[in-house]
Design a protein around this ligand. Sequence first.
Ligand code: ZN
Length: 148
Amino acid sequence: MVDKGIGGLDALYREVIMEHHRYPRNKEVLADADFKLEGFNPLCGDRIELFVKLDGGTIKNCCFEGEGCSICMASASMMTEEVLGKSKEEACAYIESFRMAMKGEECPLKIEGDLESLLGVRNFPVRIKCALLPWTTLNQILEDKTHD
Ligand code: ZN
């Protein structure tokens, strides 16, 4: 089944997204997570649960569970790879850049690699929330000052 929302994407981008959807990275419950949080996108029905393990101020592990469309699941898969080993501040800066890039704004950090394929979703405004859900959920975890 071809996901309607990405049917119009550039073929290469679509391939990268479908590959992450089929073989998601870090899709598991993290039993020893320090933080977990659910994210929900009512527009599409995407639901994810995010798990984060910190070591000092560094993201030592980041996993997700849930069900959603291919864009959301692929985005979560790519995000968990990208933020691994980053400090909280670095991760927050990257999240901010990714958000800006998804909205078509100039962003300070370059969005590269597999993540670049998600930028193609910009052309389908209703699906931007699908791509952003994992990131906004992670941002909520990292910016919760009660953790400090
Ligand atoms: Zn979705």
